[in-house]
Design a protein around this ligand. Structure first.
Ligand code: TXA
Ligand code: MG
Length: 368
């Protein structure tokens, strides 16, 4: 066993969707797979966020994940697999709708909740009789999972309560000295976690919105319900609670307010709030779109006194999704005492973005 206090960071370059450029590239991945098999902790990139992996069948290894992250023990983990067939070693049944979703969307940012096989330890599933399964599409993740040949339990590789990591630097900041290996595969592409779908009932239920939108799921399986904690507006309805719903989710150090609405009134409202807060002596931090920055320029507004982090363009919500966690971490590095977050339309991946931003704002929402 390695000395976890001496975390090693291994850089692996792989082009998403392509193979490793040379056999040398694969060697650290094979070594990391061996460390997983021996019960160690390996942080690795996926197409959504970095995961903190351990052998999902090994109770002690899984317990190490909870310890490293300081995660509440009853919040269940996702088991990651490197090929479709591996699902049959984890669940007792793959109902037709789950099969259709997996066949269409795996590998990819979709997690299916299914009845668990008896040999999956309770520590992995938080004592539930279901298990969450996902086949990620990142080439490093796939290579690692197939080389390990075991289901790999992997929550996001952040300390509990911190934003999910989209770069190896974020994992290093949170978990250095607590894990064996951090595989640095560069920034993750999607930047928000997988969509978690409960497939144990007659109709699929989104427990957590993520990288796959409601609209895409409905194209594949027809009507899909949205669980009580999955809405971007904090609404309730639907039968299945998310086990993690009771926990303190990430909120920045400074109190944050999410501002919803459409431009231009959205931009006017954000500008007015920032001006007022500054007049009250607050150091204002802003998570803004490129369009808001352009609006200020056009209006001759000088945002120089505010701490601004740009999420990307409102016409490309995928770009905004890929930046929100990095932006939240960036604002925590500033002296901002109040944070204003620009909302986006809750459609497509926008539902996922708003779900995460609402949590970051601890449900403090203003309508423009
Ligand atoms: O994109 C992702 O899903 C990333 C990467 C690393 O794969 N993983 C991730 O894991 O976000 P984590 O642990 O941060 O979030 C897993 C979510 C939690 O909200 C948990 O409550 C839910 O999935 N979950 C896990 N098992 C479940 C189960 N059996 N029933 C219902 N929800 C479950
Ligand atoms: Mg997480």
């Amino acid at each position: 066993m390695m000395d976890r206090r001496r975390t090693q960071v291994w850089k692996v370059s792989a082009v998403p969707g392509a193979n490793f450029e040379s056999i040398d590239e694969a060697i650290p991945v094979l070594q990391a797979a061996e460390i997983l098999r021996q019960g160690g902790l390996v942080a690795f990139p996926t197409e959504t966020v970095y995961g903190l992996g351990a052998n999902g069948l090994d109770e002690e290894a899984v317990a190490r994940i909870f310890a490293a992250k300081e995660r509440p023990a009853d919040n269940p983990l996702i088991l990651h697999i490197g090929n479709m067939e591996a699902i049959y070693g984890i669940v007792t049944e793959v109902p037709p709708l789950a099969r259709r979703l997996a066949r269409t969307l795996w590998p990819g940012p979709l997690t299916l909740v299914l009845p668990k096989a008896p040999h999956i330890p309770a520590v992995t599933t938080g004592g539930l009789d279901t298990v969450a399964v996902r086949m990620p599409s990142h080439p490093i993740a796939l290579a690692l999972l197939n080389a390990a040949g075991i289901p790999v339990a992997a929550p996001s590789a952040n300390k509990s309560g911190r934003p999910s990591p989209t770069e190896a630097a974020h994992v290093i900041a949170d978990l250095f000295g607590r894990v064996d290996i951090i595989i640095d595969g560069g920034p993750t592409g999607i930047g928000v976690e997988s969509t978690v779908v409960d497939c144990t009932g007659a109709k699929p239920v989104i427990l957590r919105p993520g990288g796959i939108s409601l609209e895409i799921l409905e194209e594949i399986v027809g009507e899909v319900d949205i669980g009580p904690h999955a809405w971007a507006d904090g609404g309730v309805g639907g039968p299945t609670p998310l086990p993690s719903a009771n926990y303190q989710h990430y909120a920045p150090n400074a109190p944050a307010v999410l501002v919803e609405g459409d431009p231009p009134s959205l931009f006017q409202c954000l500008t007015q709030l920032a001006t007022e807060l500054q007049a009250q002596g607050e150091q204002v931090g802003l998570m803004a779109s490129r369009e808001l920055l352009e609006y200020w320029q056009e209006q001759g507004i000088d945002p120089g006194k505010w701490e601004i982090t740009c999420m990307g363009s409102r016409v490309n919500l995928g770009e905004i999704a890929s930046n929100i966690y990095r932006c939240l971490r960036a604002l925590d590095e500033t002296s901002a005492s109040k944070i204003l977050i620009e909302g986006v339309p809750p459609r497509g991946i926008g539902l996922t973005i708003m779900n995460r931003l609402r949590k970051a704002a601890s449900d403090q929402v203003v309508n423009a």
